[in-house]
Design a protein around this ligand. Structure first.
Ligand code: GLC
Ligand code: CA
Length: 545
């Protein structure tokens, strides 16, 4: 079985954007609640994050994305925002954000915050007023429908059940997520105006950009027509069956507007959108030169351990993003998805996938803890917090297992997340979590942390990695990615990943890095690549035409 190589062109964007920092950046996602607790209340915070910036620097990443830090109703892990221009006191205050940005910039790191424009919290001042007074301007900023027996249409919440709930006076209001997250009405220009102010508020503080929550949402069918089908969380993303609630054409006007706000600042600002659409061509449209710099595609994240799925996705994503002149952003894990080690079935596979991702042209997004090879944590039902678990009546496990605190220190019962003697962590730290601790892995050259550090540092040494031009091909369950840098590079690199159950033999001049050295043998220009292993090699020859 073999597959023709698929050439992917270099991204074509011209001008300053071509050399912008974000084109091949490694971005590290911090789940703020779980990263580091600075004040001993069992909840991660800005003081904790600031104290760990040296760690991020030594890991070699370019930027940190911080999950929502706003005052929140707590219905959905901070994605239900009460006040967009404030910091939840549990995490610190606005001065802490300023301090974070200053410290990070001092180390050469960028800071992205998370912004949530599709919905607010039901405790947001606008929604409170809207509940009290149906004729208020605030009510016109949400989707209310008149009282009736049945919900206004068949729209479903992504967390289960109808997307409509009733107010105490009998009206219906729309929420694509939990009832505590009422959807904003983006047809009302006051909403867009207000978000411009929020962007400027944080940009004026020095923040470098935003990760945009539900960037494929915002607009809804103005006539509230039924969706033709049902959303399945097991799909690659939303498709035409959700056309009335996702990917409405006017969404692109908003991203052009937000891009212009960012571009009005010196050196610009950066936006990465969550674009959970099944059709990659549609995702690509969000990353056109005057829209978002990065549009997350989740096809790779949602692919099983399967060489055909991986190779096809990589080739298609690279082609789609190149066609709009945008870099491809890659992601294997985040705060919404079970950890790679558990999803792929082994640490060995997770390490191999990481090496593949870090070779691919474009930017890579890491989720805190993946560099430690953390598995999905067992969280007892009684300790769970995720509304997905509760709203599905326990049918879906929910996302708590990838959100437990980071283990920093194996000497310490709280794994160094909080200082000794602190309050219990907001999610329980599993037994054995200390085995994964940063201090232990930092001292071990074969640890997963050391692998990530080496791989990221090699992206600077070999411009072919994470950049430019190449080809992807697949033979059986072995994928090959050939890479050369954008500007006539003397050091091409090939990444091989063996996703089959047995050893493969691949040509190579020299192995630069292996996801796991065990079993990797080099002999006479041939490398023995064990199952579930990836290598970066100097190729014997490259012919990319
Ligand atoms: C995004 C977030 C997720 C959140 C949802 C609603 O998908 O990543 O965590 O629950 O939006 O805001
Ligand atoms: Ca704290």
């Amino acid at each position: 079985m073999s597959a023709e190589p698929i050439l992917f062109p270099r991204d074509t964007q011209a001008g300053p954007a071509r050399d912008a920092w974000w084109r091949d950046a490694v971005v590290y996602q911090v789940y703020l609640r779980s990263f580091a607790d600075g004040n001993g209340d069992g909840i991660g915070d800005f003081a904790g994050l600031r104290s760990r910036l040296g760690y991020l620097k030594s890991l070699g990443v370019d930027a940190v994305w911080v999950t929502p830090h706003y005052p929140s109703g707590g219905a959905d892990g901070g994605y239900d925002v009460i006040d967009y221009k404030a910091v939840d006191p549990v995490y610190g205050d606005v001065e802490d954000v300023r301090g974070l940005v200053e410290d990070a910039h001092g180390l050469g790191l960028k800071v992205l915050l998370d912004i949530v424009p599709n919905h607010t919290s039901d405790q947001h001042a606008w929604f409170r007023t809207a509940l009290a007074d149906p004729d208020s301007p605030e009510a016109a900023r949400y989707h209310f429908r008149p009282a009736s027996e049945e919900p206004p249409n068949n729209w479903q919440s992504m967390f289960g059940g109808s997307a409509w709930s009733r107010t105490p006076d009998g009206r219906w209001y729309l929420h694509l997520f939990t009832p505590e997250q009422p959807d904003l009405n983006w047809d009302n220009p006051e909403v867009a105006d207000d978000f411009d102010e929020t962007l400027r508020f944080w940009y004026d503080l020095g923040v470098d950009g935003f990760r945009v929550d539900v960037a494929y949402g915002l607009f809804k069918d103005p006539q509230y027509r039924d969706n033709p089908g049902v959303y399945s969380p097991t799909l690659f993303g939303h498709g035409p069956e959700q056309v009335m609630t996702t990917n409405q054409p006017r969404i692109h006007e908003i991203w052009r507007r937000w891009r212009a706000v960012g571009d009005s600042y010196e050196n610009g600002r950066m936006l990465v959108g969550e674009v959970s659409l099944a059709d990659l061509k549609q995702v690509g449209l969000y990353a056109r030169p005057d829209e978002l710099q990065h549009a997350f595609q989740f096809r790779l994240l949602k692919s099983k351990w399967d060489a055909t799925a991986f190779a096809d996705t990589i080739a298609e994503a690279l082609t789609v993003f190149a066609s709009v002149g945008a870099p491809a952003p890659w992601v294997l894990g985040n705060h919404d998805k079970a950890r790679q080690v558990t999803r792929y079935g082994s640490l060995r596979r997770a390490r191999a996938a990481a090496l593949l991702m870090l070779a691919l042209p474009g930017s890579a997004y890491l989720y805190a803890g993946e560099e430690l090879g953390l598995p999905e944590a067992e969280v007892p039902d009684a300790a769970k917090k995720d509304p997905i678990f509760f709203r599905s009546g326990g049918a879906r496990a929910g996302r708590d297992g990838c959100r437990v605190p980071m283990p920093w220190d194996d000497h310490d019962a709280l794994a160094g997340f909080s200082a000794a003697g602190s309050a219990a962590p907001w999610l329980p730290i599993p037994d054995g979590w200390r085995d994964h601790a940063v201090n232990r892995q930092a001292a071990d050259a074969s640890s997963t942390l050391s692998l990530y550090r080496q791989a990221i540092s090699m992206r600077s040494l070999y411009p072919a990695l994470g950049s430019g031009l190449g080809a992807v091909s697949r033979v059986g369950d072995v994928i090959r990615v050939d890479l050369v840098a954008r500007d006539g590079d003397p050091d091409p690199v090939t990444c091989w990943i063996n996703m089959s159950g047995s050893a493969a033999f691949v040509p190579a001049r020299r192995v630069l890095l292996a996801s796991d050295r065990t079993g990797v043998q080099e002999r006479d220009g041939i490398v023995e690549l064990p199952a579930d292993t990836a290598v970066w090699v100097t190729p014997n020859s490259v012919d990319l035409r």
